[in-house]
Design a protein. Structure first.
Lengths: 287, 286, 304
């Protein structure tokens, strides 16, 4: 029996060590996250002011603010979402409501998964050669938005599909029972109920667009001007941050821009989370 | 009339859904069309394994061997950092953490995933590069620096999928092991992790894809030297960082060669995708 | 690259005819059409736009900061007009100017013969290449030969140059960069040793400077105009890198900054106005203030 006891004791020591390591890892990960966020905010926020947000950069960004890059980010992101959201939601509706498992749906799912794994530099190369060069859109809002749209499409499809699947089947049956066509059922029952989930996906996609650099720099360009038309080149906040940082133009402005980027990311995440929580609660109440 | 409308809507939605396939097809076509000719001209083995990259000279040399090695080193390093750490956090969140902490970790990890990669690169450049330079030697811009930061960047991929698959292990497994007198750790290590291994495998592959594909953060931290790295403290170049660095300047054959580099990356990522897919299919069947 | 014809867009496949197309095929065609349509839209609006109120000036990242500064001043005087500066590298800028994707190209290297057939170079200023080190580095002067051997990787320790016993961190530019091209020509020479492949590579003057600022044993080369107090320019063969020494012809590492336009055809009113501004008294004065050397009059072949 003593041998069993020592083995048991050994196992408990091993468990202690393992758990200590796991606790350390988890806390270290949270600490790294906190460090990155606080580091940027700490060094950046003191240089953020109302003027910084609302004035144009001067001397390549060494002086002045980042207004055109904020506008650029918003415009580019809205453009991407405007293109990708209808496509993505449409695809999700098709996959969930209009078909059954078949080689076609498998191909579509595979396509979405593969697209989700493509590195952003490849999107940049593609956007450059296809939209910028081949379709002659130049470095422009259009090229950038289209490229980003393809990039965020898988996210929107996946989240929309998941959201639609959580709509309870009896809802559909009731709708059909009232004589609705499939499309009426989708628009009046499925989509409204799946909306929080769908919006969450869109918000995540917005987050990805806002933070993207590699795909944007080759398709939307780096011009620091206020964009005036769909074919204007522009510079997003993330690209501006990259250029400020790597070219050593102004560390102050780089930190400040980084702080705005981090705050945007935080906001986007909190918003998405809040929506998820709300959707889950609603779902629980209903079923 | 109504039936016709419904059918049209169905068709339209099919078209929309196929936009994904279309996008993938166009991307594949255009990347290959721009990059494949030069690979064919040079021969794949010369392009892949030659380590001399002198693209702008007359009769230039286009060998991406050094970059391929750089990418492998950096990706491997990122996995060495990211996999144990990520797995630990996943186990922590799924098994050990008190409920409130566990519900805090999920959004925190999501935030980690949402931070733009240029921010990671910048923090690496400002904090880790000088630290490595003063404490470990070399210029600081190095394989090690890039690998550590990439290891952190892939944590969200590894944590979220591993945690999901740990949570998906049937409760009976856990209860059975504990009832047989196993400690909690023995249960986790001997039962839960093996049971979740296909999900964990998929998460590692996805993390690998992310590390391999990252560009801007790597450009900022790795030094972009064309040598074959001989130590972790040497600067090096990855496949992606070279594209990002040189694309803007390239013309003619040089540009073709960069697209060819993109072809290699794209092909590799697709193989990884298929592998991850196979893993998760096994998970579904299991 | 095959330029796309607008005619290709009018593929007569949009009609949802009764003959059932295969499901997948119709999907592909539909998607392709949508994309092509967007492309055509963009193509049209671009053509109408670029002559009127905005122009694109694209090319050398070395010229970019100066062109951007001049564009800011220019736009302050010409409200409602937009000069977009794109730092995409000399070669790409030259290429973009040929088909008209850019109205003006920027280059920090001389044009090659085949490029000269289609493009007109205009010298806007002279720039010196400064070889820079960390301010704490005790080495102050190198011969051109020493610089060459350092960048070829033959001299790898500061001790050999009269400095401390420390390995040299080489910072180079990437292939295709005009600055690198000029450095190869002026320092390494034709038939000289190649630049060391072990060097760190950075994508712009600024990032080379940033690395040298941070690394006490680094050496790099950048545009004289962007040398900051956080780095120190070395004397080459005893001559200090300064605007005065450049215009006097004493400092040898000098290259032209070029604007490039298409031959045969005027660049359009806004582009012309911007060019005139840059070459005019005001533009040249602000270039001089930014640390460049004004273009020698006889070399500016710009005719009004």
């Amino acid at each position: 029996m003593t041998a069993g006891k020592t083995r048991r004791a050994g196992a408990q020591v091993a468990e202690r060590i393992a758990f200590a390591l796991i606790w350390t890892s988890a806390l270290a990960t949270l600490a790294v996250l906190a460090f990155i966020v606080l580091y940027i905010l700490d060094l950046g926020l003191p240089h953020v002011s109302w003027r910084f947000l609302t004035s144009a950069p001067e001397e390549m960004g060494r002086e002045g603010g980042i207004l055109p890059t904020i506008i650029g980010t918003i415009v580019l992101t809205l453009g991407a979402v405007a293109i990708a959201a209808p496509l993505g939601i449409g695809a999700a509706v098709f996959l969930t409501e209009y078909t059954w498992e078949s080689p076609v749906t498998r191909a579509i799912r595979f396509g979405a998964e593969a697209l989700a794994g493509v590195p952003s530099i490849i999107f940049g190369l593609f956007g450059f050669i296809f939209f910028v060069t081949y379709l002659k859109m130049g470095w422009s809002i259009l090229s950038g938005s289209l490229t980003l749209a393809i990039m965020i499409l898988p996210t929107i499809i996946r989240t929309a599909e998941e959201a639609i699947r959580t709509v309870p089947n009896p809802y559909r049956d009731v709708s059909f029972g009232l004589g609705a066509t499939r499309w009426q059922m989708v628009t009046s029952v499925v989509l409204p109920n799946a909306l929080p989930g769908i919006i969450t996906g869109i918000i995540l996609a917005i987050g990805r667009s806002v933070g993207e650099t590699a795909a944007v720099i080759f398709t939307a360009g780096t011009a620091l001007n206020m964009p005036t038309s769909l074919v204007s080149p522009l510079r997003t906040m993330a690209v501006h941050f990259y250029i400020l940082a790597i070219e050593g133009i102004s560390l102050e402005k780089a930190y400040a821009t980084g702080a705005i980027l981090i705050i945007t990311t935080l906001t986007v995440n909190v918003l998405a989370n809040w929506l998820i929580v709300r959707a889950v609660r609603r779902h629980r109440r209903k079923s | 009339m109504e039936a016709l409308r419904e059918r049209l809507i169905g068709r339209a939605l099919l078209v929309v859904a196929c936009s994904v396939i279309l996008a993938l097809a166009i991307i594949t076509y255009f990347i290959f069309q721009a990059g494949l000719p030069i690979i064919v001209r040079l021969g794949l083995d010369d392009f892949l394994f030659n380590t001399r990259w002198q693209p702008a000279e007359e009769g230039g040399s286009f060998g991406i061997g050094a970059m391929v090695l750089g990418s492998l080193w950096v990706t491997l390093g990122a996995l060495v950092v990211g996999v144990p750490l990520g797995l630990a956090v996943a186990v922590f969140s799924a098994e050990l953490a008190p409920e409130w902490l566990s519900t805090l970790i999920r959004p925190a990890i999501q935030l980690l995933a949402g931070i733009p990669s240029v921010i990671y690169g910048f923090v690496g450049l400002m904090v880790l590069v000088p630290w490595v330079r003063t404490h470990l030697g070399g210029p600081g811009l190095s394989v090690l620096t890039a690998a550590i930061v990439l290891g952190i960047m892939i944590l969200p991929n590894i944590i979220s999928i591993s945690e999901d698959s740990l949570r998906a292990v049937p409760a009976a497994y856990r209860e059975g092991a504990l009832a047989l007198g196993a400690t909690r750790w023995q249960t986790i290590w001997g039962v839960l992790i093996p049971a979740a291994r296909s999900g964990i495998g998929a998460s590692v592959i996805l993390g690998m894809g992310r590390a391999l594909g990252e560009t801007m953060a790597v450009i900022m931290m790795i030094g972009n030297s064309l040598q074959v790295p001989r130590s972790l403290l040497d600067p090096a170049t990855t496949v992606t960082s070279n594209i990002g660095l040189e694309m803007a300047y390239a013309s003619g054959e040089h540009r073709e060669a960069l697209f060819a580099t993109g072809v290699v990356l794209f092909a590799f990522i697709m193989v990884l995708n298929l592998a991850a897919n196979a893993f998760s299919r096994r998970r579904l069947q299991a | 690259m095959e330029p796309m014809r607008p005619g290709k867009i009018n593929t007569p496949a949009l009609t949802p005819g009764p003959g059932r197309l295969a499901r997948r095929r119709s999907a592909l065609i539909g998607g392709a059409l949508a994309l092509l349509f967007l492309g055509a839209l963009a193509g049209c609006s671009r053509g109408g736009n670029s002559t009127a109120t905005q122009i694109t000036v694209a090319g050398s990242t070395s010229v970019t900061p100066f062109a951007e500064q001049l564009a800011e001043e220019f736009m302050r005087q010409h409200r409602g007009q937009q000069v977009n500066i794109q730092g995409i590298g000399s070669s790409a800028g030259i290429q973009a100017t040929q088909p008209g994707a850019a109205d003006i190209g920027m280059s920090s290297r001389a044009l090659q013969t085949d490029e000269l057939a289609e493009l007109e170079p205009i010298v806007i200023a002279l720039d010196a290449l400064a070889v820079i080190v960390h301010p704490d580095n005790p080495v102050e002067n190198l011969t051109l030969e020493q610089v060459r051997r350092v960048f070829a990787g033959e001299i790898a320790n500061w001790r050999e140059l009269g400095g401390p016993d420390a390995p040299i961190t080489l910072v180079n530019r990437e292939a295709g960069s005009g600055t690198r091209g000029a450095f190869e020509e002026l320092v390494m020479g034709k038939g000289g040793p190649p630049l060391s492949y072990r060097a760190i590579r950075q994508g712009s003057n600024g990032s080379v400077r940033a690395v040298v600022e941070g690394d006490p044993v680094a050496i790099g080369y950048i545009s004289l105009g962007v040398v900051s107090p956080q780095v120190r320019a070395l004397r080459i063969d005893g001559v200090e890198a300064s605007a005065a020494n450049v215009s006097a012809g004493r400092y040898k590492l000098v290259r032209p900054f070029l604007f490039v336009t298409r031959r045969g055809g005027t660049p359009g009113p806004l582009a012309t106005a911007y060019l005139e501004y840059v070459l005019g008294e005001e533009g040249q004065r602000s270039l001089a203030q930014a640390g460049l050397v004004p273009a020698p009059r006889k070399e500016t072949r710009w005719k009004r």
